[in-house]
Structures are given as C-alpha cells and as structure tokens.
Design a protein around this ligand. Structure first.
Ligand code: NAD
Ligand code: ZN
Length: 356
C-alpha cells in the first residue's frame, strides 16, 4: 500500500492507495471506529457494484452502518438533495461522532463532503473515490459543495476529509470514456509539476490497456497533496491545478454540462493554454507539440462548430470570480506552470484554433 500525507497541521490526513483496498477498509478504519455510527453515501448502482460488499465487510467487523443514496449524475449536486441527506442523517439519529463514507465519483464526493462540513457544524468524513477523476483530483483537497441554478459549485466549503481510501480496481467497472476523461487530469499533473511524470504518462498512453493506474494515481496524489499542503485555500500555488480549466469550463458551459466530459473539456483547454504559452514566448514550440500530441492520444470527442464569441462570454464570467482579473495558467516549460494576468482575449480567441 502506498500512503501519501496531506500535511495541514492538525487537519493532516493520509491518502491510502492499493489495488483491492476496498476489502481492507474495516481494518484501516478499525482504530477510529469506537461506538460511532458510519453512513455510506453513494449511488444505487455503485452500491450494487461495490457498496454492499463494503457495508457487509464493515458490519462483519462490528461497525454500525447505514446507507444513504442519491441519484447518479451532476443533477444530484444541488441544495435540495443536500437538504434531504441532512434530514435523513437526523432521522438516522446521527450525532457529532458519526462519520460519513463518500463512495463515488466527484458528484457523491462533493455533496457528501459538504454534508459532512455542515451537519452539526462538521462531522468526520472519508473519501472513497470510484472514478479516475475522483482518485486523482476531486477526493483530495477538501473542496466540497453543490451547484445553484445560476452556476456550478456556487455553494460550498473547504473542509478536509479524515482520509482518502483509493482502490484502483474499482476503475474496472467504470465506463471506458469516464476513465479516459480522468486521464486528461493525469496529463495535467505532469504538465504543471513533473516533467518526468509527463513523459512517462505520454508513453503509457500508447497502450491504455496496460496503463499502470496505481502508480499514476499515486504520483497525481503526491503532486496534489504537496500543492494543497502549501496552499489549501488557493492563494496562488493551488491555482496551477486550474491548468486547462479556463477554456475547459467555458467549453463545458457552452456545450451544456453532460455533453462533454470534464476531463475531455480540460484536455482541449490544455491545448489552448499550451498554444498561448507558446505564443507568449514561455513554452517552446517543440514542447507545445509534445503536449498536444500527448493529449491527442486520448480519444477526445469531435467538437461541433464552436461560436468563439459566445465561448468568450463564458470565459468572462469565470473572470468575475478572480477579482475581475483573469488568472490564466500557462506553462513555462513542461513540468513548470506559471500564472499570468496578461493573457488577452485575442490570444485566447486565436488559441481556439486547436479545436479545428
Ligand atoms: N472537489 C473537487 O476538488 C473537484 C475537482 C474536480 C471535479 N469536481 C466535481 O466532480 C464532479 C465530476 O466527477 P466525476 O467525473 O467523478 O463524475 P460522477 O461522480 O458523476 O461519475 C461519473 C459517472 O460514473 C459512474 N461511476 C462512478 N464510479 C463508477 C464505477 N466505479 N463503476 C461504474 N460506474 C461508476 C457514476 O455513476 C456517474 O454516472 C463534478 O461535479 C465536478 O464539479 C470536484
Ligand atoms: Zn478538473
């Protein structure tokens, strides 16, 4: 088992990674069990696939366990689902000692984390990610929350889990497209922070059937843990995790959420950011080509014709959230990200040619 620590003083926590780890969860949590109640929050399908086994294992080891489900999909990430989970916790007579196990992808993780952050002003929770995106990104770092009708992630809290328990074998049941979308974020980690890892990922992508998920996930978690440990609240360093996300988010919003997967949109966004980095004289032409060809190894969906002016409107909305200044993540070189406030709309518009 590989263990990576997120170092945040008294709020530090471990990320455990091992194939088959799901079966060891009772022993990993044995020390913190006591008399507390455990609530697994998941989706019906995920309970059938993995959650019922987890529950049986926990109960067999003497844990008091309940289950709450939410429907799968981004539509569940809202205040009404959040409210109904809180009510259910009250019905189940949960108290301050109760703990949540969030078994699912980013949707389950974000909602459950926000429930944990706010129920009785905060109870313990553990992330058990089941998607590639969850394992390398959303389960780590404590960003929790739900969407409002006006936009994504507008309500939430930074509230760290007590631990992240990753079993890469759970990816076997994940649809291939979801796995490949998560690999977009894997490329991101190499591009922003670790050139050697970038090169490894690039060659691993030549044969995705043999992709070494456990090692790749561990390296992504190491990078994210290091960044979170230094900058929990997105002062500046944490911003580099948004590489590819300015254009990526705009693309998701314009095409409609659910039309393109997050990691796919980010992959296109990374190509744009790479091109801008090159145009502004940061990234060499050679490294930009390497970045693009690595992203090109992912089977990205063909985009419909994009209305560039409309896309720019979505980018400007993103801008509002950054004190009216667009903090654009660029690459100085592969493995080294830099934040720029000098990226013009023209540069962004020109970079959209990578879509063609
Ligand atoms: N908190 C953060 O730091 C952070 C970071 C990135 C993204 N996010 C959020 O994460 C969400 C997206 O997460 P996601 O991509 O994991 O999507 P998701 O949670 O919707 O999961 C994708 C699909 O895969 C299914 N699924 C999950 N695990 C499975 C498995 N092992 N086998 C079979 N099917 C499985 C789910 O039912 C769902 O249909 C977005 O809401 C995004 O805003 C949060
Ligand atoms: Zn992302």
């Amino acid at each position: 088992m590989q263990t990576i620590d997120v170092m945040l003083g008294r709020r530090s926590y471990p990320i455990h990674i091992e194939s088959g780890l799901l079966n060891n969860i009772p022993s990993l949590l044995g020390e913190v069990n006591g008399d507390r109640k455990w609530v697994i929050i998941s989706e019906p399908k995920l309970l059938d696939l993995h959650g019922n086994t987890l529950r049986l294992n926990l109960e067999g080891a003497g844990f008091a366990c309940d289950v709450i489900t939410l429907e799968e999909g981004e539509a569940s990430k809202n205040l009404s689902v959040y409210g109904s989970i809180i009510e259910r916790l009250i019905e189940l007579q949960c108290d301050r000692t109760s703990a949540i196990l969030a078994l699912g992808g980013g949707v389950v993780g974000d909602v459950s984390g926000f429930v944990a952050a706010t129920f009785l002003r905060g109870i313990d929770y553990y992330q058990i990610p089941t998607t590639c995106l969850g394992m390398v990104d959303s389960a780590i770092g404590g960003k929790t929350g739900v969407n409002s009708p006006s936009g994504k992630n507008l309500v939430g809290a930074v509230y760290q889990p007590k631990g992240v328990l990753i079993d890469p074998e759970l990816l076997h049941s994940l649809p291939r497209g979801e796995v490949q979308s998560g690999l977009g974020e894997v490329i991101k980690y190499g591009a922003i922070r670790d050139k050697d890892f970038f090169h490894k990922v690039s060659s691993w992508l030549d044969d995705t059937d043999a992709f070494p998920f456990e090692d790749a996930i561990a390296q992504c978690c190491t990078i994210k843990a290091e960044i979170i440990s230094k900058d929990e609240r997105e002062g500046s360093l944490r911003r580099i995790l948004n590489f590819g996300h300015t254009v990526g988010h705009a693309l998701e919003a314009q095409l409609g959420y659910g039309t393109i997967r997050h990691g796919e949109a980010v992959s296109y966004g990374m190509k744009c950011a790479g091109k801008i980095s090159c145009e502004m004289g940061f990234l060499s032409e050679e490294e930009f080509i390497l970045l693009s060809s690595t992203i090109g190894k992912l089977p990205l969906p063909t985009l419909p014709e994009i209305d560039k002016t409309a896309l720019m409107k979505f980018i400007r909305v993103d801008k509002k959230w950054e004190n009216l200044q667009l903090h654009f993540v660029l690459l100085k070189q592969l493995g080294k990200a830099v934040i720029s406030t000098a990226v013009t709309e023209d540069l962004i518009k020109n970079s959209l040619e990578v879509f063609e």
